[in-house]
Design a protein around this ligand. Structure first.
Ligand SMILES: Cc1cc2nc3c(=O)[nH]c(=O)nc-3n(C[C@H](O)[C@H](O)[C@H](O)COP(=O)(O)O)c2cc1C
Length: 206
């Protein structure tokens, strides 16, 4: 059990790598997950996110799977659905406005989707290990947009049904950098002095 005292469903979220390859999500459940992303905040309410919905066995899934990295090729295809996040870039000629802020907003929308999944009793595992160029080409993503990441969603499967390497990933302890290395005062690298004693920086899975 994770002893960190943050709110649910943040507290018990984690990224499993063993999904049940038989489980399917209903269209209504998938829509609910997309609604969670839909209601994320964004700069100027521009909502620069798009999601390709790749249910297991769908045409979009068949585009993605051959381009997964070796480490992701075992576990990702078993998930019930993969959402591929895509950012629509701006046209202001300013990196901050065109690229960085939109990418920030898509990441935030994806976090909302991920947490909604957990609140619905599902699990989500985001991943970036795939050939982005090949997937974008295969899906007809236009030049003013970029594929960012995948979010594999489903329910946990039986570790005995998957290669040992994938099963072992779920046993790894989770860890985080201490907050003093994250929260700074008026100088870079200078820890914010108000930090109260906080929870542990390692946690068990699930
Ligand atoms: C943008 C992004 C890319 C990621 N890429 C991969 C990946 O390619 N393969 C993988 O197994 N996990 C990937 N992860 C999952 C992280 O490794 C995982 O979230 C991190 O180790 C923390 O574990 P936790 O989610 O259980 O807290 C990615 C996560 C994010 C947000």
């Amino acid at each position: 059990m994770n002893p960190v005292a943050i709110a649910e469903p943040l507290r018990s979220r984690w990224s499993p790598s063993v999904f049940d390859a038989q489980h399917e999500l209903t269209d209504a459940e998938i829509t609910r997950l997309l609604e969670a992303a839909q209601w994320a905040p964004s700069s100027g309410n521009r909502q620069p996110w798009r999601y390709v919905v790749a249910t297991r066995g769908s045409a979009a899934h068949r585009v993605l799977v051959p381009h997964l990295s070796r480490g992701n090729s075992g576990w990702v295809p078993r998930a019930s659905v993969v959402f591929l996040s895509v950012v629509v870039l701006g046209t202001d000629g300013d990196e901050l406005k065109d690229v960085l802020i939109p990418a920030h907003d898509v990441g935030q929308a994806s976090a909302h989707l991920t947490l909604q999944a957990h609140a619905m009793g599902l699990h989500a595992h985001q991943f970036g290990g795939f050939d982005h160029t090949a997937v974008a080409a295969g899906l007809g993503i236009p030049d003013d947009a970029r594929v960012l990441a995948g979010i594999a969603v489903g329910v946990r499967g039986n570790p005995e049904e998957v290669p040992e390497r994938d099963a072992e990933r779920d046993q790894r302890a989770r860890s985080r950098r201490p907050l003093a290395e994250t929260a700074y005062d008026d100088r870079w690298d200078h820890p914010w002095p108000g930090l109260a004693p906080s929870g542990p920086t390692t946690a068990e899975q699930g």
